[in-house]
Write a protein that binds this ligand. Structure first.
Ligand code: ADP
Length: 721
């Protein structure tokens, strides 16, 4: 094999040792080891070589080399002394003026590319002379390309024994077999060293390691702690899996035994190892009567000695118990938070519900006294609004906590926002006899692109708190100002809400933006609240890319500052939405698809107040049938509940859209499913708008106006633009 892959050595030449004249008077031990012994010293170069080449000893020894050169180091001239036919096939000159130059020039083309750089760096005149002076010879091993196959060769330069010390001999021999076996040896040795190091390192982690022949089951224990040895498992034997399975009854914790036996068979482990290379299983081992968590890791290794399974057992008891403790604490904390939340909610929902139920009873028993009925209805109304805002807050906080809160972005008139805030909070302040002031003289750009409702929510939350936590007779104020514009081209606004109220303690201040937290004194003072408002406010401000800060002193008051950067709207005028009045809608026919009797009745009464003729369907399928049977133009609009029996609102809307009479029929979702995802699902199903229950009759009128009367160009926040 080597012959076909490597250089063909100059064997087969005359190898008789007879007839050679001893060329040298002195022979050093070192020189005797190399090809220099072929040459005679102190001769005129060509004649000498010719003379020496006659000698059979030289021929015999030359047989080990497929090429020998003779070089005169004083002038670098060289001549080829002998070469094999295969070497001659390279077509190299057999003599010349500069041996180093010749070698570098031709060997560069013949040397295996990976070795060229090293060859050129090493095979220099200086290196050779330095080595000869130091050791009497120079050697190097590299690969020559013989027949396209890289073949290891050994080049040796030896000084001849002669007085002038002018001549050297260069011999090149084939050492391919030698090198390959050496490489294989080094590799195997290296692998052995590596494996044993790995095993030693692993042994530190594993209290026992077995080496198993996966085919026969024969095994040996590589290392084991004393504690493991006490379990009394054999150290070596013929059937590892049989042994372990047989010991399972005695050693594996009862609760884990079935699973362990199901997994730990030779076939199962081997198939897992062949698929993944390694495999781990956890179970409890009985140590001195106590179950201890262990992890068993099996690895398949394939080396020159064949396949081996390395199986290590690791004590992970402390780690598992720490994890279990952590999980238990987390579960306790979750339960405590849930209980806290439910207790808070229960209290916060019961309070307004108590008012609603109580005043409903009072109104019922005073039907003949309009003043009492009116007063009761007003209180029922305000408690209902509180309940609704609580539900909206819970919805918002759950959106925030699940990362689902999204802001919408559209034209926004800050002057309008501030006016609405004024309308709402002035009434609140008035009812508490507070002095309230609003200042926004410093704003010159009111038109921006933003989520108008969320800006309003932020400012109303802070201002309502200021009113809530400021005792009667004191003052509250809102200052809105525009700051110098940023290089980004965005407008900057600052909103400051100041009150002279009860103030916030230093202890509580760092927690003020956390959900469900309230300061003790505000709870004790029985001021209504959930501790959600500021958490939502801070998150909305953050989503807008703004900042919120608070300063406060107990007994003196608080100051909340919100800063926002908003995109200017440009020159285009804001679309104007014409207000819809009840009279405008009169005479239109509406299909109300609603399964719940009370909801249907409320909607019907409100729609009838607007002069609409109401037809009702009790589920989605009935609604679709009614649209199909009545044909185009019969209904002006459909109000669609979502969760209904037989067919839900989403499917019904899709079905209506596929009917001739339903393609352009406005459909408004009227649903208690009020998450952003629910709104998107409705619009995706082909509906035109979404109103959350309980809805404000004015909002319904506005949507109906836009869709039925097709007046105005603006779309509401939950409508298709
Ligand atoms: P709440 O529904 O309780 O008002 P918030 O999240 O809006 O919830 O506020 C959290 C807590 O911060 C309040 O319970 C109150 O203790 C305190 N707080 C908020 N604003 C003020 C203020 N202007 N003055 C005093 N305390 C305030």
């Amino acid at each position: 094999m080597e012959v076909t892959r490597g250089p063909v050595l100059p064997g087969g030449r005359a190898s008789s040792a007879g007839g050679m004249r001893a060329p040298c008077r002195r022979r050093s031990a070192r020189a005797a080891a190399g090809p220099a012994i072929f040459l005679k010293n102190g001769c005129a170069m060509k004649d000498e070589v010719l003379k020496i080449s006659q000698t059979s000893v030289a021929q015999a020894l030359a047989a080990d080399y497929f090429c020998i050169y003779y070089v005169d180091v004083s002038n670098n001239k060289f001549i080829e002394y002998s070469s094999s036919p295969e070497y001659r096939a390279f077509g190299l000159p057999t003599g010349g003026d500069d041996f180093i130059e010749f070698s570098r020039k031709h060997f560069d083309a013949l040397i295996f590319p990976e070795d060229q750089e090293r060859f050129l760096e090493t095979f220099t005149k200086d290196n050779i002379i330095a080595a000869l002076d130091a050791h009497g010879f120079f050697t190097m091993t590299f690969r020559l390309m013989f027949g396209g196959v890289p073949t290891h060769v050994h080049l040796k330069v030896t000084r001849m024994i002669e007085q002038e010390k002018r001549h050297v001999v260069v011999g090149i021999s084939n050492v391919d077999d030698q090198m390959k076996s050496r490489e294989a040896f080094v590799k195997a040795h290296h692998a052995r060293v590596t494996y044993s190091r790995i095993a030693q390192a692993m042994a530190g982690d594993y209290f026992c390691i077995y080496i198993v022949d996966p085919d026969t089951g024969a095994f040996a224990e590589y290392s084991a702690t004393e504690q493991y040895s006490q379990l009394g498992i054999s150290k070596a034997g013929e059937d590892f899996f049989g042994l372990i399975r047989g010991s399972a009854e005695r050693l594996v914790f009862e609760g884990d035994r079935g699973r362990f036996l199901a997994v730990f068979s030779r076939e199962r482990v081997l198939s897992l190892l062949e698929r993944d290379g390694s495999f781990t299983t956890k179970f409890r081992l009985m140590f001195g009567g106590d179950p201890v968590y262990v992890s068993m890791k099996a690895t398949l290794m394939d080396d020159e000695d064949g396949r081996h399974m390395i199986i290590g057992l690791n004590n992970i008891d402390a780690q598992i118990r720490r994890e279990q403790e952590y999980q238990r604490k987390m579960a306790d904390a979750r339960t405590a938070a849930k209980n806290d939340f439910l207790a808070n909610m229960s209290h916060d929902i019961r309070t307004p519900m108590n008012a609603i139920v109580g005043y409903t009873n009072i109104a019922n028993s005073h039907l003949d006294d309009p003043a009492v009925v009116r007063d009761s209805l007003a209180k029922i109304g305000s408690s209902s609004h509180f309940l609704l805002s609580l539900i909206n807050d819970i919805l918002d906080i759950s959106k925030i906590e699940s990362g689902k809160m999204q802001l919408s972005s559209g034209p926004c008139d800050l002057a309008e926002v501030l006016r609405r805030i004024e309308d709402i909070t002035a009434l609140q302040a008035q009812s508490k006899s507070l002095e309230i002031t609003y200042m926004h003289s410093g704003i010159s750009h009111f038109k921006v692109i933003a989520d108008e409702l969320r800006i309003e929510q932020v400012l109303i939350n802070i201002l309502s708190n200021a009113i809530k936590y400021t005792p009667e007779g004191r003052s509250v104020g809102l200052v809105a100002e525009e700051l110098p514009a940023q290089a980004s081209g965005r407008n900057r606004y600052r909103f400051i809400v100041r009150d002279t109220g009860i103030g916030i303690s230093e202890d509580y201040l760092p927690h003020i933006f956390e959900s469900f937290t309230r300061e003790q004194n505000t709870r004790l003072n029985r001021v209504q609240g959930t501790g959600l408002g500021l958490a939502i406010t801070a998150k909305v401000v953050e989503l807008m890319g703004g900042t919120i800060a608070v300063r406060s002193k107990v007994g003196e008051g608080s100051e909340f500052t919100v800063e926002l950067e908003l995109e200017p709207l440009g020159e285009a005028p804001l679309p104007s939405c014409e207000e819809t009045t009840a009279a405008d809608l009169a005479g239109h026919r509406v299909l109300l698809v609603e399964d719940n009797e009370i909801n249907a009745e409320i909607a019907t009464i409100i729609l009838q107040q607007y002069g609409l003729a109401v037809d009702r369907a009790r589920n989605g399928q009935e609604g679709v049938d009614k649209v199909r049977e009545s044909g185009t133009g019969h209904y002006s609009v459909v109000l669609m509940d979502i969760q209904m029996p037989v067919m839900n609102g989403l499917e019904a809307a899709k079905a209506i859209r596929s009917l001739d009479g339903g393609r352009s029929l406005p459909i408004i979702a009227l649903s208690a499913n009020a998450y952003d995802d629910d709104v998107r699902d409705c619009l995706d199903a082909g509906m035109d708008a979404h109103l959350a229950k309980p809805f404000d009759p004015e909002d319904l009128a506005a949507v109906l106006g836009r869709l039925v009367l097709a007046r105005g160009t603006c779309a509401g926040p939950q409508e298709k633009p």
